[in-house]
Design a protein around this ligand. Structure first.
Ligand code: NDP
Length: 256
């Protein structure tokens, strides 16, 4: 193996991951390659051993995140895999780094909308790294209930006041509103949407009209990619290098 990486998904012609990681390698002056493996779900079982043998590491995106986690026997969400089968999810830390750089450390009453893989990673990061009071609301309550812990309260209705609301649903990808009408957004200071395309979602528009500062998920995408690189390398970048990698990836995306 010699510096070969990729993103594994299906129907992911839109992915920005090769652009981002290639920008990192250029900035780091490393002759590494980052490609795309577009594999249908029914071929994943047979292909996973090849991917582990062929690549030094790979990212996992939809619709394979849960399947790969199961196949690797990981008891946690997975978006990053090393060739020896070690895995992690860098989504949570990617979110936290980007949110914090924009708004400061999440604090007070924080509501997570959604209960899929991304919501779980965000809840885990908030639980591990902040003192925030964490709530989760999902249109399918049973999935929110599965996220309940001594730090996470699952809500049957999104009632109450919140300092911060984080949209971890995929509503908004196609222009749908993620926040139910019954959710009171007045008084919310910060609203973060994990979605990065479109750059502005109906949730962000609604939150902004209620007075919140808003941010979309492009910075999270870049920070989770930096954290994947750190996982594969087995050590963190310095703060300076991390900042440079962030800037060069954002520049590459904006010039796309
Ligand atoms: P999942 O498919 O695992 O979860 C989707 C969630 O969205 C579920 O809770 C689902 O609710 C909810 N949902 C879907 N449609 C609607 C709707 N119309 N109204 C209300 N709720 C809805 O997806 P992921 O957790 O993997 O990803 C969620 C989002 O986060 C995606 O948009 C993804 O692009 C984004 N993301 C961004 C990243 C970044 O780096 N910026 C990284 C990872 C994800 P239910 O359970 O009821 O079906």
């Amino acid at each position: 193996m010699s510096g070969k990486y990729c993103v594994l998904g299906y129907g992911i012609g839109y992915t920005l991951s090769p652009l981002i990681h290639t920008a990192f390698y250029e900035r780091l002056r490393e002759a590494k390659a980052y490609g795309v493996e577009d594999i249908p779900p029914d071929e994943l079982d047979a292909e996973l051993p090849r991917l582990l043998a062929e690549y030094d590491g790979f990212n996992v995106t939809k619709p394979h995140k849960e399947s790969v986690a199961k196949m690797l026997g990981a008891g946690h969400p997975v978006n990053t895999v090393a060739s020896d089968g070690r895995s992690t999810s860098t989504d949570g830390i990617g979110f936290l780094l980007d949110y914090t750089s924009a708004f400061g450390t999440p604090a007070g009453r924080v509501l997570i909308l959604g209960a899929g893989g991304a919501a779980k990673s965000v809840a885990e990061a908030l639980t591990e790294h902040t003192d925030a009071e964490i709530f989760v609301y999902n249109r399918t309550y049973e999935k929110a209930a599965q996220m309940r812990s001594d730090r996470v309260t699952a809500l049957t209705e999104p009632s109450g006041k919140f300092d911060s609301v984080i949209n971890c649903t995929s509503a908004g990808l196609k222009g749908e509103q993620a926040s139910p009408d019954s959710l009171d957004l007045s008084g919310v200071r910060y609203a973060y949407d994990l979605i990065y395309s479109p750059a502005v979602t109906p949730f962000m528009r609604r939150a902004e009209s209620e007075g919140a500062k808003v941010r979309g998920g492009i910075g999270m995408l870049v920070y989770q990619a930096i954290a994947s690189q750190e996982f594969w390398r087995g050590k963190p970048f310095s703060e300076n290098v991390r900042r440079e990698l962030y800037d060069c990836a954002v520049k590459a995306i904006s010039e796309k």
